[in-house]
Design a protein around this ligand. Structure first.
Ligand code: PDD
Length: 278
């Protein structure tokens, strides 16, 4: 198995990176997860665009030219590793290696790596739905940047699992933000609602695709915040992510409790997304 190591394709066991990498000391790096369907990366350009934005927001030097090269390398990596079925590509861009110091210098060379992994679509969860755990959002105020500094998300995910839930849904005070590794939509009276793409959530690629598909199907989407109380009133709810695609929610636990059925709009959007993938 090969991995991308800066601009080289090398064996995974030889991919040893610096003890002083800043992503290790400070979580000082950004990343992307891109789905591969039947050997083809899905929405690669959108993911690379977001990687660029994350890097820009963190003042990590990463140029358009590097982006073009990376696009080619991702495709090469998929081919080299013979990922002909379903899986994903993980890309991480770190500010680079330097003696530990909070203050970063601008001359450090960024470090980039990528690997591929085979993975089936979680069809069972998509068909049967999942229970989610409502918990306070304790993350920083730049959740729009896809950084590897994911402690709030990691703690929320563990908390959810400890309560037999597949995902954590976070709220800041009364306002629902997003999952620990997914976005959230609710449906009420035929209308979809999801948190606006501001600094409090990651603007998920799947979220954007699903919102576009909904509008194409004549389903209105409102990008406005909603409360935990409104959540319990919802007719349907689902999470979206590169890994989960569209996964219906059938139970709320944690701060609030409730049950839900998998509804027709969720099913309709699942179908539309599958059609877009194929
Ligand atoms: N996570 N919100 C958060 C906090 C996320 O970590 C993710 C994705 C999403 C959904 O974004 P997208 O649709 O672009 O995958 C929303 C990835 C899959 C991960 O960390 O593994």
């Amino acid at each position: 198995e090969k991995v991308l190591f800066n601009d080289k394709m090398i064996d995974r066991e030889n991919a040893l990176f610096s003890f002083d990498d800043r992503s290790m000391y400070f979580g000082d790096g950004v990343y992307e997860v891109i789905r591969v369907y039947s050997g083809h990366p899905y929405k690669l350009e959108m993911h690379l665009q977001r990687l660029q934005r994350s890097a820009d927001e963190l003042d990590i030097p990463y140029s358009i030219k590097e982006k073009q090269t990376l696009k080619k390398r991702v495709t090469e990596l998929i081919d080299t590793n013979d990922l002909t079925h379903d899986g994903y590509v993980y890309i991480q861009l770190s500010r680079g290696a330097a003696a530990r110091d909070h203050l970063y210098e601008r001359h450090i060379d960024p470090f980039i790596f990528a690997f591929t992994k085979e993975m089936e679509t979680p069809v069972n969860q998509q068909e049967q739905g999942i229970a989610v755990y409502l918990t306070e959002d304790i993350r920083w105020l730049r959740c729009d940047i896809k950084t590897v500094n994911l402690l709030g998300n990691v703690l929320a995910k563990r908390q959810a699992a400890d309560h037999d839930c597949s995902e954590a849904i976070q709220h800041r005070g009364d306002t629902i933000t997003e999952g620990s590794s997914s976005n959230l939509f609710i449906v009420k009276d035929g209308r979809l609602q999801t948190h606006p793409a501001d600094n409090l959530i990651l603007n998920g690629i799947t979220r954007q695709i699903v919102a576009d598909l909904a509008e194409e199907q004549g389903l209105p989407v409102s990008f406005t915040p909603f409360t935990t109380a409104e959540l319990l009133e919802a007719d349907e709810a689902f999470i979206t992510s590169t890994i989960n695609e569209i996964t219906p929610i059938i139970e709320w636990r944690g701060t609030r409790h409730g049950m839900l059925n998998i509804g027709p709009i969720t099913a309709q959007l699942q179908k539309a997304l599958q059609a877009d993938i194929e």
